[in-house]
Ligand binder design. Structure first.
Ligand SMILES: *[C@@H]1O[C@H](CO)[C@@H](O)[C@H](O)[C@H]1NC(C)=O
Ligand SMILES: *[C@@H]1O[C@H](CO)[C@@H](O)[C@H](O)[C@H]1NC(C)=O
Ligand SMILES: *[C@@H]1O[C@H](CO)[C@@H](O)[C@H](O)[C@H]1NC(C)=O
Ligand SMILES: *[C@@H]1O[C@H](CO)[C@@H](O)[C@H](O)[C@H]1NC(C)=O
Ligand SMILES: *[C@@H]1O[C@H](CO)[C@@H](O)[C@H](O)[C@H]1NC(C)=O
Ligand SMILES: *[C@@H]1O[C@H](CO)[C@@H](O)[C@H](O)[C@H]1NC(C)=O
Length: 508
């Protein structure tokens, strides 16, 4: 088994990322060259035209420093939809999405829940882009400058982002003469972490938070570094033992094949790789690993198109491809067929480009976050794992970050700033009105809040759920458990708002 530098980097890229960020792009091809990009374009086109208006807000670069040199500002993008809003006079609610590590327009496809419930709540919808992502780039909007080095990237942090959200929301409410309109924040993945933290830190700005698949406990000392991959292993294994065995055995198989005369050519041909400058077992394995991981994360009960277009229950589809008798005993052909579910569901890919390191959703900044405060230990695996045995190492992360950014992580800053240890004891006394949703098929659920903490801090756990499935647009084919989850969430949010209005009226 080749556990080299690449392997570590690939793990780093894959596993540091709640919302499917590809931190270290060079080793991680994602999209079959031509096929998906056309769909992506179409999608962002339609959202621009129909779902919201785009605005910019002059934001302070450094909320925590009064040094006159730190008075820089930048343009922060937010999206707004007031079609359903009941208005300031009625103190109608404002639903705010606390943007994640990427282009905010892309995340609006994860906000079907907000769009679909806006009419009944008469809610104003606002989606705020996270600083340093999408079009919200400090230092004059020039990404090259903003990402140049530590002295500029230093302003990319979760605490600054939360302060941005607070400042923007307060100013927006003032502009709308809606100071008494209750704000509920929503987020999925890292955005869900931000939503939960926002409610804890800014209770005077948001009356409640729906934090979906928010691994706020996935930090050092609170979670086993192996559990992320254990969940992925279980996802595949629960479909079929053979499927698990074929994938588990694939790493040795690929290494062995590569070592045989003509083996590299065979691999290249079997997997239809047309482009890969340093094609070898490592790049191929990284490509396959990405397919298994992201499919496990997005194992939704209906067809989806988050990273790549996928069928309903894609893990099952992969295992069906592996178990199929069509490929007989040819294990490489079986792996290719399973990878096709992730990389070629549209059937439009002519071949695969392992060098494609484009970043259409602009997720690259996560790498910096994963090198500073987001030290989320994932990527360890054990004998039972579907991936080769591997020990997660903080030192490896730290030295990579030193090498790449010249920065030292602060692995305990997040728990210092937001807490996490003994969360039940702490939050039941200090917080309220948070929903933590988790789907147990999602590897990130390991770091989620899975137990209800108090009457108003409620954990909703769906055994068959995947990464923030509740926030997605609903569909006729949704299973009953998913409809029930959403209904429960709606009822809880409605109760927060009605309590708020009662308090407002009685001035209590
Ligand atoms: C708000 O979203 C709805 C779809 O849910 C859309 O029909 C409407 O045009 C949008 N409004 C604005 C102002 O973009
Ligand atoms: C920032 O501070 C400098 C020096 O005090 C001042 O010249 C400049 O106008 C300020 N810029 C902004 C945007 O306030
Ligand atoms: C961004 O900054 C870089 C480095 O200073 C410069 O080369 C580039 O032209 C700038 N890009 C734009 C669009 O201004
Ligand atoms: C970081 O980049 C900026 C802009 O290119 C430059 O002015 C500054 O000297 C650099 N700082 C460090 C620490 O390299
Ligand atoms: C509020 O209005 C001011 C003045 O028009 C504007 O500069 C600012 O960007 C607005 N705030 C938001 C959040 O849009
Ligand atoms: C993608 O799927 C289509 C339809 O099944 C198939 O014809 C094509 O060969 C596949 N592309 C690759 C690169 O495997």
């Amino acid at each position: 088994m080749a556990i080299g530098f690449q392997f570590i980097l690939t793990l780093f890229s894959l596993f540091s990322v709640p919302s499917l960020t590809f931190a270290f792009a060079p080793i991680l091809p994602r999209f079959p060259s031509s096929a998906v990009s056309a769909e992506l374009k179409q999608r962002s086109h339609s959202s621009q035209n129909g779902l919201y208006r785009t605005k910019f807000f002059t934001q302070i670069l450094d909320h925590f420093n009064f040094n006159p040199q730190s008075n820089h500002t930048f343009q922060q993008r937010y999206l707004i939809n007031d079609t359903f809003w009941g208005g300031a006079k009625n103190n109608a609610p404002i639903f705010v999405y606390t943007g994640n590590e990427g282009n905010i327009e892309w995340f609006t496809q994860n906000t079907g829940f907000m769009f679909e419930n806006a009419p009944s709540f008469q809610a104003l919808l606002v989606f705020i882009e996270h600083r340093f992502y999408g079009k919200s780039i400090p230092f004059g909007g020039n990404k090259t400058v903003a990402y140049a080095n530590t002295s500029t990237l230093g302003y990319l942090s979760s605490t600054q982002a939360l302060a941005d959200y607070a400042a923007l929301i307060i100013d927006l409410k003032k502009n709308l003469s809606a100071t008494d309109s209750p704000v509920v924040v929503f987020g999925g993945s890292y955005g869900g972490m931000l939503a939960a933290w926002f409610r804890m830190k800014y209770p005077h700005v948001a009356i409640g938070a729906l934090a979906s698949s928010a691994p706020i406990l996935h930090f050092m000392g609170m979670v086993s570094p192996d559990i992320f991959i254990s969940i992925i292993t279980q996802d595949f294994r629960s479909e079929s033992e053979n499927c698990y065995k074929v994938i588990k055995g694939s790493w040795d198989l690929i290494d062995d094949t590569a070592n045989k005369p003509g083996g590299m050519e065979l691999l290249r041909k079997t997997f239809r790789i047309c482009k890969s400058d340093d094609f070898g077992p490592d790049s191929l394995e990284g490509w396959l690993r990405a397919a298994w991981i992201y499919t496990a994360m997005t194992d939704y009960p209906t067809p989806s198109n988050f990273l790549n277009p996928l069928p309903a229950y894609p893990v099952k589809k992969m295992c069906e491809a592996i178990d199929s008798s069509v490929t007989g005993n040819n294990r490489l052909a079986k792996l290719y067929a399973a990878a096709n579910v992730y990389y070629n569901y549209t059937g439009k890919a002519t071949c695969f480009d392992l060098d494609d390191n484009s970043d259409p959703h602009d997720l690259g900044g996560w790498q910096w976050q994963a090198c500073t405060e987001m030290i989320m230990p994932v990527g360890g695996s054990n004998k039972e794992s579907i991936f080769p045995e591997y020990e997660w190492s903080y030192e490896a992360r730290a030295s990579w970050c030193d090498f790449f950014y010249n920065v030292q992580p602060r692995p305990h800053w997040i728990t210092t700033e937001f807490g996490g240890h003994a969360i039940e004891r702490v939050l039941k006394r200090s917080a309220s009105n948070i929903i933590f949703f988790n789907g147990l098929r999602d590897p990130w659920s390991a770091g989620g809040v899975l137990k209800t903490i108090s009457k108003t801090i409620v954990a909703i756990v769906a055994k068959k759920g995947a990464h923030h499935v509740d926030l997605r647009y609903s569909s006729k084919e949704d299973p009953q458990w998913l409809k029930d989850v959403r209904k429960q969430e709606v009822n809880i949010i409605a109760s927060w708002i009605s309590q708020y209005h009662q308090d407002l009226q009685s001035n209590s």
